[in-house]
Write a protein that binds this ligand. Structure first.
Ligand code: SAM
Length: 238
């Protein structure tokens, strides 16, 4: 049976592309986002009481991982967590290619501002359609006896250091954007975004866009990232 769903909000996040987005929420607390409710859900009565809640669940669509027409369903996936080689069942993973392309993330609710909810610790692409919002309920959602032997702990982090000029630029843009650019870059890059199978050549430059900034870095040694530049993204040259 086909079901139609309404988009109730759009997530405005720092992440213009999928590369270097944290693989789960809360891994980068500096990743702030604005969840903008759209009519008819943009009325204060729809979220009255939410200011009494510290965290919310976002139910969303992986809109940039939609199946192509007549695509065979993915029953097995290769999670990056397992190095990208080992396959597990789609329902044992949080892979983006999945039935109905539905995702869920628990994020910290920082502020309710009119029809905008400001949250932190987001792992969603900019423009992601939100299908529902629910309060986190600690007595039901914290399960003391829970375990996941596939992903038992948060992924290992990698050291991130900066060229002086890149650090200064990040600080200046923090003031302009009223966002913590230094912390955002450090927390996201510490997740070691390159594919696990790739041996990083120190000459190779990696890059990504956060908000309207192009961030570039390299790996002087495989277990360290050096941020090389933070520059304003120029739409014309994109
Ligand atoms: N916490 C969610 C869950 O468990 O359903 C998402 C986990 S998923 C592994 C997180 C990754 O999804 C991000 O690192 C990013 O690469 C990708 N992603 C985020 N938003 C997306 C979107 N709108 N469309 C496609 N991929 C997206």
């Amino acid at each position: 049976m086909a079901i139609e769903l309404d988009t109730i909000a759009i997530a405005h996040t720092p992440f213009a592309e999928k590369f270097a987005i944290p693989r789960q929420p809360a891994l980068a607390p500096a990743a702030k986002a604005c969840i903008e409710l759209i009519p008819p859900y943009d009325q204060p009565e729809a979220f009255a009481g939410l200011e009494q809640v510290s965290h919310i669940w976002l139910i969303f669509q992986f809109h940039q991982a939609l199946p192509k027409a007549n695509n065979k369903p993915h029953l097995r996936v290769r999670p990056p967590r397992l190095g990208g080689n080992e396959k597990i069942g789609v329902f044992a993973s949080r892979a983006t290619h999945r039935p109905n392309s539905l995702g869920q993330s628990v994020v910290k609710l920082e502020k309710v501002d009119g029809h905008q909810l400001w949250v932190s610790g987001i792992d969603l692409l900019d423009g992601t359609p939100i299908l529902d919002i629910k309060p986190y309920v600690p007595y039901a959602d914290i399960i003391d006896s829970s375990y996941n032997q596939i992903a038992s702990e948060a992924p290992d982090k990698i050291a991130v250091s900066w060229d002086d000029s890149a650090y200064q630029a990040a600080q200046q843009h923090s003031t302009r954007l009223q966002q913590e650019v230094v912390a955002l870059v450090e927390q996201c890059l510490a997740q070691n975004p390159k594919p696990a199978y790739q041996k990083p050549d120190p000459q190779r430059r990696y890059g990504v866009r956060f908000w309207d900034l192009n961030i570039s870095w390299h790996y002087p040694v495989p277990e360290q990232i050096q941020v090389l530049s933070v520059t304003l993204h120029n739409e014309d040259s994109a």
